[in-house]
Design a protein around this ligand. Sequence first.
Ligand code: PLP
Length: 460
Amino acid sequence: MTEAPFRTVFEPFRIHSVEPLRMTSATYRREKVREAAYNLFQLHALDVIIDLLTDSGTGAMSRDQWAAIQHGDESYAGSPSFFIFRDAVRELFPFAHVIPTHQGRAAERILFQAIGGPGKIIPSNTHFDTTRANVEFTGAEAIDLVIAEGRDPAALHPFKGNMDLGRLESLLAERGSDVPCIMMTVTNNSGGGQPVSLENLHGVSDIAHRHGKPLYLDACRFAENAWFIREREAGQGEREVPDIVREMSALADGMTMSAKKDPMGNIGGWLALDDDDLARTCRNLLILTEGFPTYGGLAGRDLEALAQGLKEVVSHDFLRYRIRSTAYVADALERLGMSCIKPAGGHAVYIDAKALLPHIPPLQFPGQALAVALYEHGGIRSCEIGSAMFGRHPDGTESPAEMELVRLAIPRRTYTQSHMDYVVEVAERVMAVKDDLPGYRMVQEPAQLRHFTATFEPIG
Ligand SMILES: *Cc1c(COP(=O)(O)O)cnc(C)c1O
């Protein structure tokens, strides 16, 4: 006898160790955010109640990851923890060379230092902010070629992270000799945590290889992407996630990774690739700033925790809960009339601040205005992904970003459904005052990645 499945998709874990949350008042938070020059990155985390700034490194490790940490071997060279890490990576991504780094951006810096430079072009579906910054820092040009649906928050498409194959083909036809590699971000973080289909990855891989170009995955959320493929792509519904991941990996020539995302780490990353000569160059760059190639800026215990995290993240029970719990928040916000990128992404809900706050022009940062309001009203920290993040260009000019989004990133295994119900209630209160929210002026900004340290003031 088969019984009907239950509707409730609950957290597939029990709580083993707890961290208290610190409650604060709205008056106190208004003072703190003013002191932080309206930049939420500058807040003291103790002054945040629900921290949805990022899902990067903020997840809860499992009992088995903490146990693995005790196995960490801190030998400078040839630590057994490195080989456990390398084998766990290769189980899913069978590249010849696995080079640990302290974060994803270190892998990006090393790769683009090796293959970028003035006159070069790196196309991607959408470069993440650190990827774009590391490409541009070498003098190369970062180009985003996501499909048109991927740039429209309201367009419904199962794989809004897909690359526009026609535009990739014409770029390679026109300027192929300037392109050292093609990147694919899975899932597409800056485009709303939207997945890329296997079919599209096959298409990109075919085009890249026909033009003799290597394909690199920015694979931070590979497991979430594979789950979306399993759920949404024809003929994939019966496959195991690790099997889908290996197929994604087989289409590429290498990858950059932030292990602070799907590998369930609090720190870490890697660069993996097949090209022996390039790997040699990258290892030499690694030694210069990160460390010896068997630890790359990480402790042996970190490598052990990541190896265990890679085994846990491909669990179907985890991924079913993960993807459903994100959609739960997006559905609730939509019911309040707060329009979100549709369909909901894997790791985060992206609110369309341009649609919500039409009285604030893009270069007065409607996303920043909404993010500040969510903090003032409920102590929720979110992240603007719009003109504050992407409005300044390498040539010094400023223009509006494609979308003005506020990202509520959901740390892995950290908050429960009642925390999310509170987030929705705070959003409801912000909705009631949205027409009165002020725009912002950027007072000071650094040359790169300005959103991390810029200072703001409200207008009027
Ligand atoms: C986080 C992230 C990175 C950079 O990784 P860090 O570990 O933060 O340096 C690169 N690409 C994507 C898609 C990311 O989400």
